[in-house]
Design a protein around this ligand. Sequence first.
Ligand code: NAD
Length: 330
Amino acid sequence: MKITFFSTKSYDQLYFERANNKQQHEFIFLEPALTENTVGLAAGSKAVCVFVNDKLTAKVIQSLAEQKVELIALRCAGFNNVDLKAAKEHNIPVVRVPAYSPHAIAEHAVALILTLNRKTHKAYNRVRESNFSLDRLIGFDLYGKTVGVVGTGKIGSTFAGIMRGFGCTILATDIQENKALLSQGVQYVPIQELLAKSDIISLHCPLTEQTRHLINEQTLKQTKPGLMLINTGRGALIDTKAVIKALKTGHLGYLGMDVYEQEENLFFKDLSETIIQDDVIARLMTFPNVLITAHQAFLTEEALSEITRITLENIDAFEKGNTLVNVVQL
Ligand code: NAD
């Protein structure tokens, strides 16, 4: 099948070409994101393969349908960037990779916590410049702290397991309790209680109308002073401007984020010689207690292999007319 890939990076090409060693598919790898301006590039392909910041609006999907594209294959788990109603109207199935390595994302959330807390990024730079001073590098023991997990699906439950290993008390909130976690001593509490009692809060729920700006001016006021907030979910789970205010007053003690509300204009690109026009992220980058990574939590060998394998399985199933087990339901 001929498949056009949008938002392609070198690692996508490497993993997909390696998996296509029998040349059963024809791949067109494109660097630009899928938008209203680039959708014409899909012409002649039966499927498009897209990632987190491709914009599958109603207009884009209509244009895909007009070009006889029959399948939208997401090479990610989240699907908040797809107008599912439009896809259904045009009878284009949307398939995704519901789970590839929850460990990759959960472990990255822990990396953000450890770095923010123990300041290893600062220590690394200091020591390289022969500055062996320990001033302002004081952290805290994770042992005995309370960690709030919002969303205890595949990633949140894996994260909760790791944090239990550090000796933390785990509070969780979800619209559906995870029985396995209950038996491990994780306590489900209403979000208000989680906000009030947690030393660290980590977000692992999907971005929906209910969860958009879950962390906002009001909810931040309910948190403990000095809270560490970690977001590896989706940028808009957080009202970034409210978070900046809380950082400026000192109420929010630390912020670790792998996702950002306006990330599509920035992340996955080398902008090192460019003037950054986004004043919100520019302000965030000035705080000494903020750590930003550019949506890299998924980037492990295991996750990339699984993303490739499952995406191609989804495409093969469509080509053979088999049941699409990973189809996104409206
Ligand atoms: P999942 O579907 O297994 O788990 C999500 C959990 O969130 C479910 O238990 C669900 O019930 C819960 N939830 C839904 N609405 C909620 C609400 N209003 N309040 C509290 N909980 C709610 O998904 P997952 O595989 O664990 O992934 C979680 C999210 O992580 C994805 O939706 C995606 O946005 C994000 N993600 C980020 C990266 C990255 O590289 N940074 C990679 C993969 C996934």
